[in-house]
Design a protein around this ligand. Sequence first.
Ligand code: 5AD
Ligand code: FES
Length: 354
Amino acid sequence: MNTACLTRDEILAWLRQDDPAKLDDLWRRADAARRSAVGNAVHLRGLIEVSNHCIRRCGYCGLRAGHSELERYRLTSDEVIGCARHAVKLGYGTVVLQAGEDPVLTQDWVVNVITRIKRETALAVTLSLGERSWHELLAWKKAGADRYLLRFETSDPELYRKIHPPHGRRKCDRARFLPALREIGYEIGSGVMIGIPGQTYSTLVNDILRFSEMDLDMIGVGPWLAHPATPLGRGDWDPAVSVAEQVPASELMVYKVVALARLVCPHANIPSTTALATLNRKNGRELGLQRGANVFMPNLTPLKYRSLYEIYPAKACIYETADSCHACLQHRIAKMGRHVGSGPGGRRRCGAVA
Ligand code: 5AD
Ligand code: FES
């Protein structure tokens, strides 16, 4: 485990820091840590949004059950395999199969998809399918899945309960669930949204310390973006937090958390997220990559479904094809003096930097 190189007070001071000259120092330190721990490669993970059906009612998410105006879709296994073939053609080393919590994506269906991808390609397979049973997670690992992503969203248990009501009697403690996944061989990824109503500075410090305590292999952080079809987006509930304590869902705050995540977990794979690119379409991706991130997740979902995976509104890249995103990213990465990583690009625990 990496013992955090920053104290709680130092993390808090950075989160509250607004002096651009001082923040330049944070960006420099994060960029240097990124370079020495994971090098100059930017790994591209092809994102396949398999299904927008969801049985949960998260207070922030546009896919929540009960959002009846949203047209729902589910890819066929042939469509998923088509996307994976496309990933290979574009030179990606990983595909990420992401979906709402959709029980129609059964254990066997997912096993079959993983098996086909692994039989046909050398792709690493990351799953992001929500809180699933232990049985399913073991079967998917056995079929060849490499990584699992599940954000813990916030380390404040009370806030978590409010924004993420349990489904029936089933309860999942994500902070325990993820290390258990590592025990059975998955690389584990998690993260939080920044600026959810009710998220205080002190909670966000705990979130960042938790990244380090869990020794995460992947850390995804992005701004909370209000979706009008959700209780949080409509402002239906009172977060009962003073303005001074409430973390803003701002672009600057996202960069701070990306940079701090890099400093507390130097070897993690950290994406510059689509949510960040949505806040700043012009150069949010680049600034994320220059302030600690080393991964980007271009979307491979067939264009006709893209706009339906609406976890938040006005998502970046919903009208661009996989090929045009690819060309755009290659250009952006080269312009920064970085290069696209090859191979699966898993977590490096030690050793030389390519
Ligand atoms: N704004 C920003 N991020 C969101 N997510 C879900 N809804 C939103 C939103 N409205 C994030 C959550 C989830 C991930 C897949 O997307 O952190 O874990
Ligand atoms: Fe999609 Fe640039 S990454 S258009």
